[in-house]
Design a protein around this ligand. Structure first.
Ligand SMILES: Nc1nc2c(ncn2[C@@H]2O[C@H](COP(=O)(O)OP(=O)(O)OP(=O)(O)O)[C@@H](O)[C@H]2O)c(=O)[nH]1
Ligand SMILES: [Mg+2]
Length: 514
């Protein structure tokens, strides 16, 4: 089985950002001279670069896992962590980058064009950067966030002005070899060409590119032969050349019926939206192999028919080079015309940025769970902030609560109907789960507490005065109840004529009340 390397799936991992540092400066007579923890370095990006020197995706086929370097940790004395090293991946011109769902992310058309396909994570801020007039010595730093991780699909679409189409062994590769410096494989068995060849033709002062595609046969649109898969390489061509074999000895084949079959197959090829269908582009017929006498006769015979159908017809031989000059001049003309016509609406470089999620900062989604509703907070910022939080450090958790509150998450939860104790999840999937405690909103800056702690997270063992009052009332009610019970018992005993021997407690109790 032959492997075609014009489509690969890359597994990418950008670098993780380095963690920020918690450090306090010490001086001889000033042991706590302010925070000096440096920031973590950013994670390296994975960058695609359109490189004219690269012609295949072969290297990515062999090693599809690529990753960029992690950022270094921040250090004391305001030293920042090192930036993670970028991973630069050169790709051929005409590479289309898609996400696994098939959405086009970018078209690498201009030489030198760079596209950050997997952005690195952010470095975490150190406690020096986190300090503010209100929070003079933070006892925490932010963690670095993970870099982008996922798959993208690279698809190579050869960018050629002219595409050669035709049956296997019609002489397409021979024609490229005859008019350009390209040296594709040529042989007299079908399907010699397994992936497109590209040649550059200089005709007068016009320079254009010409590509062949593997031979087409009847039923190619249903996958026969090599199928129509390779036609995506000619999607962007200006014009098509039908190379017709006039010297074939196959019974039942002649240039006219060959052309009809190819036309039917090309008509079945769906071009991407916004592009001209293949059959509506300029088409030229090249009757090949006229160095063979019978072929020349046949060519002369079918020529009027083809011209009557509106095709420009050239009789050529790639062996004797007959008719090649005329053909290349005609092709140069078509390309030139097309270039002049499209000069105004030159393709604007369109870079589709990776979908950024929702436009709003965050959204609250209510989901049903086994133990009541789950409130899911989705949004780039909250998810990023959670990634930056060191959950071992209460002060850092308090800082997260403040940031969420400032973004309006508390309010959003209220509006979604959340009550205290509700289950809240931040981020997609399992995310970070916690029980909602609305009191966390109050500003941390107003409280004083040792570094690394946040008083709002400490469970206070002392009862509040309202709690104490409640307890007192409860006790009093219970007492009154017990007294009423004893009273009824005593009455019952008296009525039954039993001497009130064991009544001392009741008497005591009455004494107490007086
Ligand atoms: N006599 C003669 N033979 C030719 C001419 N052009 C090509 N051939 C022969 O035809 C055969 C097929 O040529 P290729 O150029 O490989 O044909 P192709 O269209 O690229 O074929 P596939 O790649 O299989 O689709 C080879 O044996 C060539 O030598 C020509 O002008 N005259
Ligand atoms: Mg070929």
């Amino acid at each position: 089985m032959v492997t075609f390397v014009d489509r690969v799936t890359l597994h990418l991992r950008a670098g993780k950002g380095g963690n920020g540092c918690v450090s306090v400066r010490r001086e001889k007579f000033k042991p706590l001279a302010g925070p000096d923890g440096g920031n973590g370095g950013g994670g390296g990006d994975v960058v695609l670069i359109a490189d004219p020197q690269v012609t295949t995706l072969l290297s990515y086929h062999h090693s599809p896992h690529r990753s960029a370097g992690n950022g270094g940790f921040g250090m004391g004395d305001h030293r920042s962590g090192a930036e993670g090293e970028d991973q630069e991946l050169p790709v051929p011109l005409g590479t289309v980058v898609k996400d696994p769902d098939g959405t086009v992310l970018v078209d690498m058309l201009t030489p030198g064009m760079r596209f950050v396909v997997a952005p690195g994570g952010l470095g975490g801020l150190g406690n020096a950067s986190l300090s503010s007039p209100k929070r003079k010595a933070p006892g925490f730093a932010l963690l670095g966030t993970p870099g982008w991780e996922g798959d993208v699909v690279l698809e190579l679409k050869t960018v050629a002005d002219i595409a050669l189409v035709g049956f296997p062994s019609a002489g397409k590769s021979s024609l490229i070899a005859a008019v350009s410096a390209a040296r594709p494989k040529i042989a007299d068995y079908p399907f010699t060409t397994l992936h497109p060849n590209l040649g550059v033709v200089q005709s007068g002062d016009v320079r254009f590119t010409i590509a062949d595609v593997p031979g087409l046969i009847e039923g190619a649109s249903e996958g026969k032969g090599l199928g129509l898969e390779f036609l995506r390489h000619v999607e962007r061509c200006t014009a098509l050349v039908h190379v017709l074999d006039c010297a074939t000895l196959d019974p039942g084949r002649d240039p006219l019926s060959d052309l009809d079959i190819i036309l039917a197959e090309l008509g079945a090829y769906p071009v991407p939206e916004g592009q001209t269908p293949l059959l509506e582009r300029p088409q030229i017929v090249a009757l090949n192999k006229i160095d063979v006498p019978e072929a020349r006769e046949l060519a002369d015979f079918v020529r009027p028919d083809l011209e009557a159908r509106g095709f420009r017809v050239f009789e050529i031989s790639t062996v004797s080079r007959a008719g090649l000059r005329e053909l290349t001049f005609a092709l140069a003309d078509v390309v030139e015309q097309h270039r002049l016509a499209t000069i105004d609406d030159a393709p604007v470089e369109r870079i589709v940025i990776r979908p950024q999620g929702s436009r709003k900062d965050f959204e609250v989604k209510v989901e049903g769970g086994t133990y009541g509703p789950v409130y899911r907070i989705l949004g780039d910022k909250p998810v990023k902030w959670v990634q930056q939080t060191d959950f071992q450090n209460e002060e850092a958790v308090g800082y997260l609560a403040d940031r969420l509150a400032r973004l309006g998450v508390e309010e959003g939860l209220f509006r979604a109907g959340a009550v205290a104790g509700a289950t809240v999840v931040i981020g997609p999937g399992d995310g970070i789960v916690f029980d909602w405690e609305p009191t966390l909103t109050s500003a941390a800056e107003l409280m004083t507490a040792p570094r690394g702690t946040d008083p709002r997270l400490v469970q206070n063992p002392r009862r509040t005065s309202s709690e104490r009052r409640e307890r007192y009332h409860e006790r009093m009610d219970a007492k009154a109840e017990a007294r009423a019970e004893l009273e009824t018992e005593r009455r019952a005993a008296r009525a039954a004529g039993i001497s009130p021997d064991g009544d001392s407690t009741v008497i005591d109790d009455e004494d107490d009340d007086r």
